[in-house]
Design a protein around this ligand. Sequence first.
Ligand code: SF4
Length: 327
Amino acid sequence: MSEPLLSVEELQVRFQTYAGRVHAVNGMTFEVGRGEFFGLVGESGCGKSVTGLAILGMIPRGGAVASGRIRFHGEDLLTKSDAQMRAIRGRHIAMIFQDPAATLNPVFTIGSQIVRVIRQHTSISPEEARRRALETLDAVALPDPPRIFRAYPHELSGGMQQRVMIAMALSCGAELLIADEPTTALDVTIQAQILGLLAEIRRRQGVSILLITHNLGVVAETCDRVAVAYAGRVVEVGRVEDVLFRPVHPYTQGLLAALPRAGQAKESLLSIPGSVPDGLALPSGCAFHPRCASAVELCRSGEPALTVVGPDGHRVACHLFRREGAA
Ligand code: SF4
């Protein structure tokens, strides 16, 4: 890959809570190329959403980046001031959240909300901003853009609201869209339409997309590359055809084996034994070792590093591969 647009390096995020220090992100490392559709996948609590918020400088109160780097266009976002990050958010990097109804302001029309975002980040006139807002509503295939422009959020369906959020994200020409579970609140047919729209936008405008999801099927359908996260760090990363069709890490293999197949009897459904570790008390060594059927003694004490196991940057963090000399 040429120089990536976004590079997250050994990112660590901690939250101070009444119960103690929560280790939410623990050495997250991945890159997103220019024009790439990249998936960050994992179970709830694996640190993927916190990573998305860290990229935008929006970690909730009580949390902070402990170490690491987040480079965008080669510049470390973690060294930027609040004012500089406000200028980058929306203008260069935009986020699409899971629940558009909770993100849109119910008392303002769709048009006024998009115009406000455009005018916040550019110096164009109100009339020009209005024209651009109508263009972006048209670009996300919303029918009758002038009507949508005048509508309030409650007058639109969930799928239309999510299209508005995508239009808002694109209205200032963002180069990177972070989409955090953008289709989870939608029914299956609308999900497919929104994913198709994101793929089309990537193709047409060359925008990079970081898709944060728990859904491996969605990743398989849309992404070029994927990183599988567990306990706040990446355990396997590579092209979708390598990671999802020739998985190497025992956790990735477990996730894929647990996917239900059409016609499969309920009793034969598989699951990974145990549960996601508590960020207050992460297991030593490889955080997956209490659930891993392949664990060896070293797994309890040493944290495995990401190691190249195949072509095109297929990497895995597992002692078995280091022992077998696959690197
Ligand atoms: Fe399992 Fe050990 Fe590999 Fe972790 S390092 S996934 S515990 S074999």
